[in-house]
Design a protein around this ligand. Sequence first.
Ligand SMILES: Cc1cc2nc3c(=O)[nH]c(=O)nc-3n(C[C@H](O)[C@H](O)[C@H](O)COP(=O)(O)OP(=O)(O)OC[C@H]3O[C@@H](n4cnc5c(N)ncnc54)[C@H](O)[C@@H]3O)c2cc1C
Length: 451
Amino acid sequence: MSKDELSQVIVVGGGLSGLSAAYRLATLGRKVTVFEKEEKLGGKCVAIKSEGFIFDGGPQCFRDSYDIMLKTAISLGLGPYLRIPVEPVGIHSRGKLSSFFPRKISALSVFPRFLVHPSRLAGFISTCLNFAGGYRKHDVRFPGRWTGISDKSAAEYLKEKIGEDFINEFAQPVVRFSLGSDLNAISVQAFHVALKMFLFDRTGYFSGGLSRLIETYANKIVCKSGISVERVIVEKGRVTGLIIREKENDKEKSLKAKNVICAIPAPEVLRVAPDVNRETREILKGIKYSPHLVVCLGLESELPPRPGFILSSIRDGLTFDYCCASASKSRDCSPAGREMVTVVFVADNAESVFSEKEETVIGRTVSLLEDMWNTILSIKSSAVRKFICGRPVINPSHSRVIADLWSYGTGIEGLYFAGDWSYAPTMEGAVMSGFLAADMTSCRFNLPFVS
Ligand SMILES: Cc1cc2nc3c(=O)[nH]c(=O)nc-3n(C[C@H](O)[C@H](O)[C@H](O)COP(=O)(O)OP(=O)(O)OC[C@H]3O[C@@H](n4cnc5c(N)ncnc54)[C@H](O)[C@@H]3O)c2cc1C
């Protein structure tokens, strides 16, 4: 291998985590190349431009607690594009839309107390105290603290303490909105993080779309798109190369490489790097994903006044989980006089419509919104995106296994992991995981789990 090949790092995957890893490595003076299998960089975080609308086709917002992501964006000159509008969040339940303005008033006055039966008041109060007691720990950046080893599922805990109405009409919608997961599948600590995000974080976006960060990174890094990495070659327990496939001519090629960061979803890591040790393989197999489906709608005319995000707790038939109806985002990302709304279906709601035709999904989504707002919507532009591996689920053992993964490594010298699944299921988690992988590649150990 030449000296250049030895010092170069290959990043597999041009999503937010891969590009963050590459950017960090470049700032540390390392030579780095990103291989992305699609033509477009960004992975889940991609903008769709149509008829003058700029839709966020995956994530809809960041939160103002996204410390590392926001600092990075500002250091890259994106400060003038940051928007954190002061808009309420609403929940649509039992045919009624209630909106909360949680950041301005106390958390206790926000909880929908009508959902708590008097006999469960004691459980409700103890849950609130539990939340308040651990408030400082419920940090979006430290998933190492998102689970205790014997943690229960959040649904089990809340069922015992508060009851079904609270779960169905408040807790479940909050978790689907904040973490993209089902309450049954996540830990109590992860529920607390979701609650904190919902009650106290303001949501924001970049004018011109969330993919601005992706585009800015891409201008500073060597990225080769349309190249899929098929296999990481391992000899005597160390990385020696890669097999890649070029989309253009469908030909396989092998390359020499000594340091590789796989910033791809966990099931894809298993395919590309099957030589990882048994423990790592078990961890990778245990990462579950919640599927998502996103419907972007550009409208001819203005929407009625509404909260920025609307969470849905309707559970009959096809339903959405939440929609981004931010008036501020509409002004920034739609042509004059037009508006946009993006509807997200999560987990079982997404799966139930995966096999349907795009037009059918759009038609049914529009009628759901029309029922909710009691108005007729005229559609100018639309797009649908399906995510089989939507967002990783923070199950009760997630943090412990991820901590093991970060502490013991991949079992292969020169191979590192990044990706939202290896940290937290958010854009902040993707950026953090990329930075951590870059630091490990450069022997700058700064593990989040070792306190
Ligand atoms: C619908 C939806 C809504 C969301 N909403 C929010 C939100 O509001 N706020 C928030 O903070 N987070 C949100 N998230 C989560 C956030 O989008 C992700 O956490 C983040 O974008 C993950 O980035 P990543 O780089 O880890 O993964 P990905 O975006 O999946 O990137 C992986 C990349 O690797 C590429 N790849 C895969 N295999 C190969 C291969 N063999 N060779 C080369 N390339 C390969 C893929 O094409 C992809 O580009 C949402 C996610 C979804 C799906």
